[in-house]
Design a protein around this ligand. Structure first.
Ligand SMILES: [Fe+2]
Length: 433
C-alpha cells in the first residue's frame, strides 16, 4: 500500500506490552505498509514529530499514559494521522468518549480478531489517503485560483493599458483632424472672408439643427466639420466671379462655381481620419427632387447631414448674403426656405429650422449673439453651450465667471467649432454697469 509518491504508508503501533507488539508484527508482516512499534508513548510522540504516519494504533491501558490521552496529544502533533484505539470491554466508555470527541477514528476490542484488525487498519489507510487527496485537490484549486486571479489582474492591466493607449491615440487623431480643419478654414478666410464667416454661421446653425434632429457623437462632429468646410472648393475661384450675382454669371462661370462641391470633397478626402465629411460636402447642393448637383441624388440617397447643411446654407444665404434681401429678417429668410420644403429641402430639416428660428425670435428681445472670444466674466448665457459632439458644457442661464472662461479656453483648443454664444442683453449690460 503506497501513497502517490510510491513510498509505503507508515503505521505506528503503541502498546506497553512487548508480547502484544510481537503479535502485531506477526499479524502484519505480509502487509504492504510499513510498521513501526514502540512500548513508550513518549517515544511515539517523537516518532510522530519527525515522520508522517498514516495510522496510529494505541492500547487504552498503558501505565505511562492512557491511550485516549495519548491519542489526543498525537492528534495535536500530527492532525492528519488516523487514530485507532485498542480497548478491553471494561474501557468501552473511554473509547466511546474518544470517538465522540473526534480524537479517534475507530476502536478495536481486545482480544481482536485478526481479519477485523487488518480490515480496520486498511480502512484507516484508505481514510488517510482520501484526506490526502482532498488536501491535494484543495491546494491545487487554491493554486489554480491564485494563478487565475493573477492572470485576470494581468489581463485587466493589459486591457487598461491598451485602452489608455487607444484613447491617447484617438485624442491625438482628433486633435490633428481639428487642427487640419482650422488650417483649411483659415485658408478660406484668406481667400474670401465673407465665405469664411458664412461657413462659420452655417456650422453653428447646422449644429443646432443636428441636435434638434438627434444627430450625436462623431456624426455631429463630422456634420460641423462638413458645414464649416462646405465651400472649401470655392478657394481658387476668382473673387469677381464669386461676388457676381448668379444671374450675371456666364455658363462657364456657373459651371466653375458649381464644381466647388466636387473640388472641396476631393481636397478633404486627403485628410486623415476625416470620416464621412467629404461625402457630406459633395452632396450639400443635392435637392430632394433630384434637381440638384453634382450627382442628382434624391430623398433617401442624400445623407441627413448634407440635407442639414443645405438648409442651413440656404437660410444663411437668404439672411446674410443675397443683396436683394438686404432688409430681410429671420422670418422672411425662413419663409423663403420653407417655399422649397419637399422639393429642394427635407421637410423634417425645415421643421427643425423653423423651431430653432422661432426660439431665437422668442429670446431676441433680451439676447445677443457673440463670438466665443468676446464672452466675458459677468455675462449670463441665454442658451446652453455644447461641445462639437453635443456634450453639454454649460446649461442655459449659467452665470459666467473666470473659471468658466478658463474651461472654455481649454475646450476651444480641442474643439474650435463653438464660435458663437448667446448671452442675455439686459443682464450683460447690468453686469457691465
Ligand atoms: Fe456651397
Amino acid at each position: 500500500m503506497t501513497d502517490t509518491d510510491s513510498k509505503p504508508l507508515k503505521v505506528l503501533l503503541v502498546d506497553d506490552e512487548p508480547n502484544i507488539l510481537m503479535a502485531y508484527q506477526r499479524l502484519l508482516r505480509m502487509e504492504l505498509f510499513e510498521t513501526v512499534y514502540t512500548t513508550s508513548p513518549d517515544e511515539a510522540f517523537e516518532l510522530l514529530k519527525f515522520n508522517q504516519f498514516a495510522v496510529v494504533v494505541s492500547d487504552q491501558r498503558m501505565p505511562q499514559m492512557l491511550g485516549s490521552l495519548f491519542l489526543e496529544k498525537a492528534r495535536e502533533i500530527s492532525p492528519k494521522t488516523v487514530r485507532i484505539m485498542l480497548t478491553g470491554y471494561s474501557d468501552m466508555q473511554a473509547a466511546m468518549d474518544a470517538i465522540n470527541r473526534g480524537s479517534v477514528y475507530r476502536y478495536l476490542t481486545k482480544p481482536w480478531r485478526d481479519d477485523e484488525f487488518k480490515l480496520t487498519i486498511r480502512q484507516a489507510l484508505t481514510q488517510y489517503r482520501m484526506g490526502e487527496e482532498r488536501t491535494k485537490a484543495h491546494e491545487l484549486i487554491k493554486k489554480q485560483n491564485s494563478e487565475l486571479q493573477e492572470l485576470s489582474k494581468h489581463l485587466e492591466r493589459k486591457v487598461f493599458e491598451r485602452t489608455q493607449e487607444i484613447s491617447a491615440l484617438l485624442l491625438q487623431l482628433e486633435q490633428s483632424l481639428l487642427g487640419t480643419v482650422q488650417v483649411l478654414a483659415g485658408i478660406m478666410d484668406i481667400h474670401d472672408e465673407s465665405v469664411g464667416s458664412h461657413c462659420r454661421r452655417v456650422a453653428a446653425l447646422s449644429r443646432e439643427l443636428g441636435i434638434e434632429l438627434g444627430v450625436t457623437g462623431r456624426d455631429l462632429l463630422e456634420l460641423q466639420i462638413a458645414a464649416k468646410l462646405h465651400d472649401l472648393g470655392k478657394v481658387g475661384i476668382p473673387l469677381d466671379i464669386l461676388r457676381k450675382p448668379e444671374t450675371e454669371r456666364t455658363p462657364e462661370e456657373l459651371e466653375q462655381v458649381a464644381a466647388h462641391v466636387i473640388r472641396g470633397a476631393a481636397t478633404l478626402r486627403g485628410v486623415p481620419n476625416i470620416g464621412h465629411v467629404p461625402v457630406y460636402v459633395r452632396h450639400h447642393h443635392e435637392n430632394l427632387d433630384g434637381t440638384g448637383f453634382p450627382d442628382r441624388l434624391t430623398e433617401k440617397q442624400i445623407p441627413l447631414n448634407s440635407k442639414i447643411i443645405a438648409v442651413a446654407n440656404a437660410f444663411d444665404h437668404e439672411l446674410n448674403i443675397q443683396t436683394i434681401y438686404q432688409n430681410t429678417t429671420s422670418l422672411k429668410a425662413l419663409g423663403e426656405v420653407k417655399k422649397a420644403s419637399g422639393t429642394r429641402f427635407d421637410p423634417k430639416v425645415v421643421k427643425a429650422l423653423s423651431k430653432c428660428i422661432y426660439e431665437r425670435i422668442k429670446d431676441k428681445g433680451e439676447e445677443i449673439e457673440l463670438c466665443m472670444k468676446n464672452l466675458k466674466a459677468g455675462m449670463t448665457i441665454s442658451r446652453e453651450i455644447r461641445t462639437a459632439q453635443g456634450i453639454l458644457l454649460f446649461p442655459k442661464d449659467t452665470f459666467i465667471d473666470e473659471r468658466h472662461l478658463e474651461q472654455l479656453r481649454s475646450f476651444l483648443e480641442l474643439d474650435p467649432f463653438a464660435d458663437i454664444v448667446y448671452v442675455y442683453k439686459v443682464r450683460a449690460a447690468a453686469r457691465a454697469s
